[in-house]
Design a protein around this ligand. Structure first.
Ligand code: C5P
Length: 411
């Protein structure tokens, strides 16, 4: 596996108003040291010209399958294979539908079918089109086929409506391109070499992350200090390795990693239901710091001080143990991984937890310092075979190391 130092991008510009942002993306790729060859669809040509893209990319722009001269000098097969990454931006509802169906009736769809390179689709469309069952199905199909589909941004649209469907800003798209081509500084590390050959292609990886919030009344809740960073990093690393990833996230303030399907939940019981709905999965990595207890009663109105000096009693009820339930379930994933946040005797507690919960592995970490919310983590991977202790490192390096071990466990 070689990590390209100057990624070669084949950029397919689809027909939507967001096509003008593809011009900005070409500039960013060039500025970042990459090269770009553009393919302009008939629809794309209604919004930007081949001349603009040729001038910005300093490369010829391809527009038709029936260009005989190019079929001799630069056939569509060659065009689809000379790149390190194929980027579809904007990916319209129509273009994604045709990709999902395997239609090859123009240059863009033909080379998407012919390529053996990773594909990144960057959707942009009206929010109702994005939320339509047909598009939801097509996006799921594409992800299942190994295409990385970014989540669109939410906001005001050219059509005057407000919601999800805006093209992500070009710097965010460039970040995703760098992550997929190993251009991120961390991606150059051996553990991140996974990004290029997608060994988890065809697998479904389920990750839980973040805290849960357990309401006491409409304004108060029980929470913990989990930031979700470790779980989000694992979801990102699994997606980079080609997996279809479902990330069930508690309330956190983190962007969804590229190519990851995210389900937001608040309480442990919602998380348990979302995990159940996401099954079957080949691998589940339960990183969430699920609250052990919830308030036995969620008061419908804000609890008030009555001036008597009496504090209201707070009765607790036990939450479902999502990991232990999954371990006993007939739909148990083949590889089930739990996390153990401990403040003392980290490995001993990790070993006991592995047996008690029925997980295959427990990733045990010491949270007595600044691990919760911090950028770094030092973990011990406890398996039936023994304990592997990794040195302290950034959470995304921990994620890559774990995904590498998942890959080996599945083959
Ligand atoms: O028992 P403890 O909370 O330390 O166990 C941690 C592991 O169990 C983590 O993987 C966490 O996601 C999972 N867990 C769970 N449901 C709970 C409590 C913990 O899935 N109610």
């Amino acid at each position: 596996m070689t990590t390209p130092t100057h990624p070669r991008i084949l950029l397919i510009v689809g027909g939507g108003i967001a096509a003008y942002k593809a011009c900005e993306l070409v500039r960013l790729i060039r500025k970042g040291g990459g090269s770009v060859t553009c393919v302009l669809t008939d629809g794309g040509a209604q919004f930007v010209t081949a001349m603009t893209l040729a001038a910005l990319s300093e490369n010829p722009v391809h527009t038709t399958l029936w260009d005989l001269k190019n079929e001799v000098e630069m056939g569509h097969i060659q065009l689809s294979r000379e790149a390190d990454l194929v980027v579809v931006c904007p990916a319209t509802a129509d273009l994604m539908a045709r990709m999902a169906a395997g239609i090859a009736d123009d240059l863009a769809t033909t080379l998407l079918l012919a390529t053996d390179k990773p594909v990144l689709a960057v959707p942009a469309m009206n929010m109702r089109m994005w939320q339509h069952a047909a598009t939801v199905r097509n996006v799921a199909t594409l992800r299942g086929m190994g295409v990385t589909v970014l989540e669109p941004d939410e906001g005001a649209m050219a059509c005057g409506e407000y919601g999800p469907g805006r093209l992500p800003e070009p710097p965010a798209i460039w970040d995703a391109i760098r992550a997929m081509t190993g251009r991120d500084p961390l991606a150059a590390q051996p553990d991140f070499a996974l990004a290029d050959h997608r060994p988890l292609y065809g697998r479904h990886v389920l990750v839980t992350a973040g805290p849960t919030h357990e309401p006491i009344d409409p304004v108060r809740y029980i929470a913990n200090r989990s930031s979700g960073k470790q779980g989000f990093a694992i979801a990102a690393a699994a997606a980079d390795a080609g997996a279809r990833v479902t990330l069930v996230a508690g309330p956190v303030n983190l962007p969804t990693p590229p190519g990851v399907e995210r389900v937001d939940v608040e309480t442990a019981r919602e998380m348990a239901a979302a995990v159940d709905a996401a099954l079957p999965a080949d691998v589940a990595v339960m990183v969430a710091a699920v609250a052990d207890w919830r308030a036995a009663e969620d008061a419908p109105h804000k609890l008030k001080k009555d001036g008597s000096g009496q504090v209201p009693p707070l009765a607790l009820a036990e939450n479902p143990d999502i990991l232990a339930t999954l371990a006993r379930s007939p739909r148990r994933p083949r590889l089930l991984i739990g996390f153990a946040a401990e403040t003392q005797e980290v490995v001993t507690h990790g070993q006991a937890k592995r047996l008690r919960k029925g997980a295959d592995w427990i990733v045990a970490n010491d949270v007595s310092g600044t691990v919760m919310g911090g950028a770094d983590n030092a973990v011990h991977i406890v398996t039936a075979a023994g304990v592997e202790s990794l040195p302290e490192m950034p959470k995304d390096r921990v994620a890559a190391a774990l995904v590498e071990r998942i890959v080996h466990a599945l083959v």
